[in-house]
Ligand binder design. Sequence first.
Ligand code: GDP
Length: 530
Amino acid sequence: MSTESTKAQGAPAERRTFAIISHPDAGKTTLTEKLLLFGGAIREAGAVKGKKARRHATSDWMEIEKQRGISVTSTVLQFSYRNRRINILDTPGHEDFSEDTYRTLTAADSAMMLIDAAKGVEPQTIKLFEVCRMRGIPIFTFINKLDRQGKDPLALLEELEEVLGIRSCPMNWPIGMGQEFQGIYNRPDNRFERFTDRGTETEQIQVDDIEDEALREALGPALHEQLKEEVMLLDIAGDPFDAELVQRGKLTPVFFGSAIANFGVETFLNQFIDLAPPPGPRPTDDGRVVTTDAPFSGFVFKIQANMNPAHRDRVAFIRVCSGRFERGMTVNHVRTGKKVNLAQPQQFFGQGREIIDEAYPGDILGIFDPGLFRIGDTLCEADKFQFEKLPQFSPEHFARVYVKNTLKYKQFHKGMEQLSEEGAIQVFRQANRTEDMVLGAVGQLQFEVFQHRMKAEYGAEVELHNLPYSFARWLVSPVPIEQLNYDRQAIIVVKDHDDRFVMLFPNEFTIRLVLDKNPGVELHPTSYGV
Ligand code: GDP
């Protein structure tokens, strides 16, 4: 490799690090496979795991993963495309997804939002979208499965606006749908792509504008009229493309296509590459900003135990934010003040991994973790700053936890402490019964994994009793908690690890009631801003 291309490979401007957000079954696995193929992927498309396995109550959680065919953990897929290094942060697509999925988004610079044309905006898409919005990252929408009959495209755009509250700008427009699907008309370059299910060998017709005779011939008069009408409507009533609004996550460019037929995917990818932001500066917790050209720095956004069932190991996933990472370099572990040597950096592809020698802003490293790292830890080469704290996510499942054998109390506490630090689970104590511990999780699967790891790694068998709450709200109250007016049968008050009060509610109605009855009270879905 020449020095110049080495440099280009390392330049942050060449990198695109993103996650794909979608509801299960929208076609994320299929889309990811096609993206990898365009990159002449490092691994066969089969690296993207299949799913569709049934639920299994099994004790081994690597087994859980295997048998359900889902990826419990997020991995990263890296490939080159058009002189760019693409990092796709893979997130679990399962309904039992957990905080890992959310946290992975903190390592992404942008997101692809995949929507099933027949289903529209679905619940998990909404949740993931909220995290992207919180971070203000750009979101690029791909409306999938146009080869099947779906909702009206205009209705889908309306749904984006009404359900997600984001304005949209269609970059292309579908002509027909399902059996009648003819293709897409690309607005920025007046190009018609005819739908075939032969993937990339689509017929492309370049026209001067939408009135062009060639387009009329290609589509026939009736469809041409319809396309003209719809595009005119978009021109008049729709949002114009505005790169700045896209960058701020206020406007989403929308693309149509069919992942399975590999139709519209290349057009989507090309535009995405041009419009999605490269890695940029990151704020520190004392209000400074670290630019990508600073000496090496990064943060841990995920810790994964038991990556390799043969020997129990933990891997800390680090997003590189600045500088050049080199294998074997010694860096400051800011939280503990220690120096650590990063000797065995790895990159992960599906199930495989390989040792790497260098990495640049936007890249993800997996570092063997002897138990040193915590979620949110900052590593820096020269300085000693901490990146902004990673957000916590509002748990939706709660269970009381008991150790089965009280002689194992010490192990139990150690496990609870470490797993909560690792971010595997959120731990609360009941405010007036400090020995009673309540676990909170974003997804039910986290409980299963927790239970298994407590036994396997700490030797403490635990029993979980599910609690009938679905919402946690961090409390800011002008009056002492005893004076709050709330239904003590339906709601409990717990404390988080920083002794902040958190109310657990069975439903949204009870949340509203507390707000109505207690003027001045604030209820926050996370500890953010409390
Ligand atoms: P994931 O759960 O989001 O990863 O979804 P998959 O990629 O596994 O796709 C779910 C199902 O939708 C599978 O049966 C796919 O074959 C199918 N699918 C994916 N993309 C398309 C598409 O463009 N058109 C049609 N008709 N089916 C698709």
